[in-house]
Design a protein around this ligand. Structure first.
Ligand code: GAL
Length: 721
């Protein structure tokens, strides 16, 4: 080629080089637009038209968000950038040196997420916090007062405080491993980076004065947390597969005779004629009169929940009609319906209403919407709506939750069921996540982590090697969003280990007595966005004050100093006042990190510690529980089932410590959605000191048909002052 030709072509060649060399592509800061008080949104590139928030159909609770108040945009995040190249969207968010990060999906091993790499993908949890989990919600919360949500139905790769760009303004110091002992294989990184395999994304920022406020904004933006029906907070037993109606009745009677509480039973595979794939129709050989069966249980105040997975057998009544709306691949040789399509939703609704809802079934356990890779469709699958295999996997469980929630809403009847897959936007969904993984400690860590990302999790009990393990598992089950024994394979009962049968009964009894407290905690989830189960990092007085508290306390024992370093993944808060510190099989003592203030033993009312880390020994019989000073624990007398609609009950309020305090106690009809129209009532409980300094309780009860407690008695359980 002649020089002159090269010369003429050079500019074009150079421009080609500049466009194609990714290193020289430009990332840009984003335009953050306020969308609700304390919530901002930015759009980068061309977002896809399928995303979790849209699937969940979120309706932000603007009223509650306004009540929470305005905040300023987290200034540091102005530097965040985005960029499209390599057919992907790249996001970069700054990170300060001491920031801690939480969230990034339902993790089972640790609460702290800084310094981790994840590929967020809906999957059955496989024992590693690598992003493959039941609810890979692309949302992280910083203790520096903000949260970042990436609203896409794709597998997002996240480097959370891992990578360092060479143009970093806060690079780590270069060190020499030969001579410097504190050389670090993972040097300080000043960013969270994300890679999204799509041409664009919607990103939200939630601000807050502390991690709890960030979580509240997120939940309220998603419509507020779910308020389950009261029966959903009682005890549930899932019976073995292939059980008949007679066997179920015998099991229910055994609960009654032996004096164990029961609010709903779950039928596992076998209630339908075909399963894996399913026909969704009652098997007449095992359930000849399904309506009678369901109604008989309802007359005992016990509900029925049905196991399903969404994959359609050739024997299903709607098999032919569904054909045009199913994907290219099968699961267990069943058809995979495109749940995003209206005809599919209508066909499900029709069959499920006729077969289940209209005869009194109260909810579903929606199985197998998560993974494993070996069972579900591959990414290569195509769906008639144009949603890809990858996208469908990210939203399938969420879509089923949304779809079935709507059927019950239409009947003005609340449901509460189980799911194995979820995603962003799920806060208001009446579903609790469960799985087949069975590590007790990790189950508790998942409970902590569920609180950051707007999902509920149950550490179900199934089987145990020893009586001790059984009791420890049943104890934690009773302090979770769904108190469930899943006997589908093992046929276990609460009394399966006679050595601990009484202790199991005790903790189940306590669960039932705590109903007003539990229900009130869920009302907080709905109206204020505060999750019912909370990681310690969301507890009051655990974080921000904590940093200023330094020095006042013994520095070697300072819990807040510890909290800043440690991953607190084995204790949690239930509502505002109860701290749960489970023990695991083989463990007789443990440390409990008490947040700021005085804390009391739940059972004796004695002072347990103050702003401290305590070592406790607990006998097998009880799960360690602590109550914050000024804690009100509203309870009811034991009952074997959750109360009937409009049943009036006496209220027993336990009070801890020696300070004055006030709380509001929420109530409504416990079954319908009328509370959304303002049909609820609140009592004011207050404790004041009289002239002699003695505590006196006062309850101002609303004159309302939505309030079902009367005859208030007080127990000031802390005797030594
Ligand atoms: C599993 C599920 C179990 C049980 C079982 C029944 O996938 O996780 O809880 O329902 O199916 O076959």
């Amino acid at each position: 080629m002649k020089y002159s030709v090269i010369h003429r072509l050079l500019p074009a060649m150079l421009s080609l080089f500049f466009i194609q060399n990714p290193i020289l592509a430009q990332s840009h800061t984003m335009d953050w637009v306020p969308v609700a008080p304390g919530v901002w949104k930015a759009v980068t590139g061309n977002p896809e038209n399928i995303d979790p928030l849209r699937i969940a159909g979120i309706k932000p609770d603007m009223h509650a968000l306004q009540k929470l108040g305005e905040t300023t945009f987290p200034q540091n995040l102005r530097q965040s950038t985005s960029e499209q190249y390599d057919a992907k969207t790249m996001l970069w968010f700054p990170l300060l040196k001491n920031e801690q990060l939480f969230g990034l999906g339902l993790n089972f091993k640790s609460v702290q997420q800084r310094g981790t790499v994840k590929e967020l993908q809906v999957d059955h949890y496989g024992g590693e916090d690598n992003g493959r989990t039941h609810a890979p919600v692309p949302f992280y919360i910083s203790d520096n007062g903000y949260g970042v949500l990436v609203n896409v139905a794709r597998r997002i790769k996240v480097y959370a405080g891992i990578a360092v760009r060479k143009d970093s303004k806060n690079p780590p110091e270069e060190m020499n491993r030969n001579t410097q002992r504190n050389w670090n294989p993972q040097p300080y990184s000043d960013a969270v980076e994300m890679i999204i395999p799509s041409a664009g994304a919607e990103i939200y920022i939630f601000a807050g004065r502390n991690p709890m406020e960030v979580v509240q904004r997120y939940n309220l933006f998603c419509g507020g947390g779910v308020l389950p029906p009261k029966w959903g907070l009682g005890f549930t037993q899932r019976v073995p597969t292939l059980y008949t109606d007679k066997q179920v009745m015998e099991e229910v009677n055994a609960f009654e005779e032996k004096g164990y509480p029961l609010s709903f039973v779950g039928l596992e595979p076998g209630w339908q004629t075909y399963s894996y794939p399913n026909n969704f129709v009652w098997d007449e050989s095992r359930f000849p009169q399904p309506e009678n069966f369901v109604q008989q249980l309802l007359s005992k105040n016990i509900r029925v929940n049905l196991w399903i997975n969404p994959y359609i057998s050739s024997h299903a009544p709607f098999f032919n009609e569904m054909q045009p709306y199913t994907g290219t691949h099968t699961v267990w040789a069943g058809q995979v319906p495109d749940l995003t399509m209206k005809p599919v939703q209508d066909l499900y609704k029709q069959l499920f209403s006729q077969q289940h809802l209209n005869i009194g079934v109260s909810g579903y356990k929606v199985d197998e919407t998560d993974g494993y890779d070996f069972w579900l469709w591959p990414d290569a699958a195509k769906f008639p709506s144009g949603v890809s295999g990858e996208q469908m996997r990210q939203i399938y469980g969420l879509q089923f939750q949304k779809m079935s929630d709507a059927w019950f809403r239409e009947k003005n009847q609340r449901t509460y069921g189980l799911t194995r897959a979820s995603n962003a936007g799920a806060s208001s969904m009446p579903y609790v996540i469960y799985n087949d993984y069975y590590n007790h400690r990790d189950f508790i860590t998942a409970l902590c982590n569920s609180s950051f990302i707007g999902v509920l999790w149950t550490p179900e009990a199934r089987s145990s090697k020893t009586a001790e393990e059984w009791l420890r598992r049943m104890q934690t089950v009773c302090f979770s969003p769904m108190a469930m024994l899943n006997a589908w394979a093992d046929g276990t009962k609460p009394w399966s280990f006679p050595e601990v049968a009484d202790e199991v009964k005790d903790v189940m009894t306590l669960r039932m007595q705590l109903l007003p407290y539990l229900y009130n905690s869920f009302a907080q989830y709905h109206f204020e966005g505060k999750p019912p189960v909370r990681a310690m990092n969301l507890a009051d007085g655990f974080y921000f004050d904590a940093k200023t508290e330094k020095g006042k306390l013994n520095s070697s024992d300072n819990p807040y100093e510890m909290a800043l370093k440690k991953d607190i993944n084995d204790q949690f808060m239930l509502g505002d006042y109860i701290l749960v510190a489970p023990l695991f099989a083989g463990q007789e003592e443990r440390e409990v990190i008490l947040p700021k203030g005085r804390w009391y033993d739940f059972y004796t009312g004695e002072l347990a510690g103050e702003s401290d880390i305590i070592k406790i020994k607990q006998k097998l019989g009880k799960i360690p529980l602590f109550v914050k000073e000024g804690g009100f624990i509203p309870m009811i007398p034991y009952m074997p089932h959750t109360p009937e609609k409009n049943e009036m009950l006496p209220l027993q309020v336990r009070y801890y410590g020696n300070i004055e305090n006030t709380m509001e106690l929420y109530d409504d009809d416990g079954e319908t959605f009328d509370y959304e129209k303002g049909n609820f009532a609140k009592a004011t409980l207050s404790v004041k000191k009289d002239k002699k300094g003695a505590l006196k309780g006062n309850a101002v009860l609303p004159k309302s048909k939505y309030f079902h407690y009367n005859n208030v008695t007080w127990e000031f359980i802390t005797k030594s002052r």
